[in-house]
Write a protein that binds this ligand. Structure first.
Ligand SMILES: Nc1ncnc2c1ncn2[C@@H]1O[C@H](COP(=O)(O)OP(=O)(O)O)[C@@H](O)[C@H]1O
Ligand SMILES: [Mg+2]
Length: 252
């Protein structure tokens, strides 16, 4: 039975997509079978991994027009691509009965096939994100180790809490991960201290360092382990994945 994790932060540019790919590919390195789901209409994850244009994206599946059809990016790593059409889905699905549970329903037939399903959420807290949260066991919040990182966090926590109470009792924030971290910068260190004050043990030991290979890999349509296996980015996401597995196993 797959463990489903949403990468959540309604701010753009904080490292959700980079982390979804890094975590997905890292989990594969550690022997897991993984499905990456691109739930962002901007389709950055889809483009970053070079998924060819497909007839069935997450959009057709949510509309009830087709079953989900994962694309195999490499051994043990499948992807459900997104498309710009998905931006209309929120409006189109708003009057559906059980509209918060559509994703959960379409994922159901795939649950036995994977160890982990990682969902790259859009930078908003709308219906798509809500669907992601009702489908998930856990949330990981990537936070850019920079000024204003904490701004808006109360809102994220409030949404997770409401979903937990009303729609999905098992939902839990499993961890917060600082991204684009540069230990030479006082500001970065201070922000991580503040994040720790706020989230305590929820903050992962691993920080994802600022690493140009992580920014370059998408242009080559590769994950970080293929693009630059010895980079800091690869090291950090592998370390993060070990922590994730440990936390998930401890909850079972
Ligand atoms: N650790 C990192 N080091 C350097 N660049 C990064 C890192 N993480 C993300 N980036 C870059 O920052 C930008 C935003 O990251 P992205 O993952 O797309 O954020 P989001 O999905 O939250 O919008 C991208 O250009 C990405 O390549
Ligand atoms: Mg993104």
């Amino acid at each position: 039975m797959a463990t489903i994790i949403s990468l959540l932060n309604h701010k753009g540019g904080v490292g959700k997509t980079t982390s979804s790919i890094g975590i997905g590919a890292g989990l594969v390195k550690l022997g897991k079978k993984v499905l990456l789901m691109d739930l962002d209409p901007q389709a950055n994850l889809t483009l970053s991994l070079g998924v060819p244009r497909m007839k069935v994206t997450i959009y057709e599946a949510l509309k009830g027009e087709s079953e989900l059809m994962p694309h195999t990016a490499k051994e043990n790593l499948d992807v459900i691509p997104s498309t710009l059409d998905l931006s209309g889905a929120e409006m189109e699905l708003i009057n559906e009965a059980g509209r918060e549970y559509i994703l959960r329903e379409v994922l159901e037939p795939l649950l036995e096939e994977y160890d982990y399903i990682i969902i790259d959420c859009p930078p908003s807290l709308g219906l798509l994100t809500l669907n992601s949260l009702t489908s998930s066991n856990y949330v990981i919040i990537p936070l850019q180790a920079q000024f204003l990182a904490l701004q808006g966090l109360a809102k994220i926590q409030q949404v997770v809490r409401k979903v937990k109470v009303r729609l999905n009792k098992k939902l839990e924030i499993i961890g917060v991960v600082p991204t684009m971290y540069d230990g030479r910068k006082v500001l970065n260190r201070e922000v991580v201290q503040t994040i720790k004050k706020y989230f305590g043990k929820k903050v992962f030991e691993t920080k994802i360092r600022d690493n140009v290979a992580l920014a370059e890999a998408p242009a080559d349509r590769k994950d970080i382990f293929e693009y630059s296996p010895n980079s800091k980015g690869a090291q950090d996401y592998l370390a993060l994945c070990k922590e994730i597995i440990e936390r998930v196993e401890n909850k079972k």
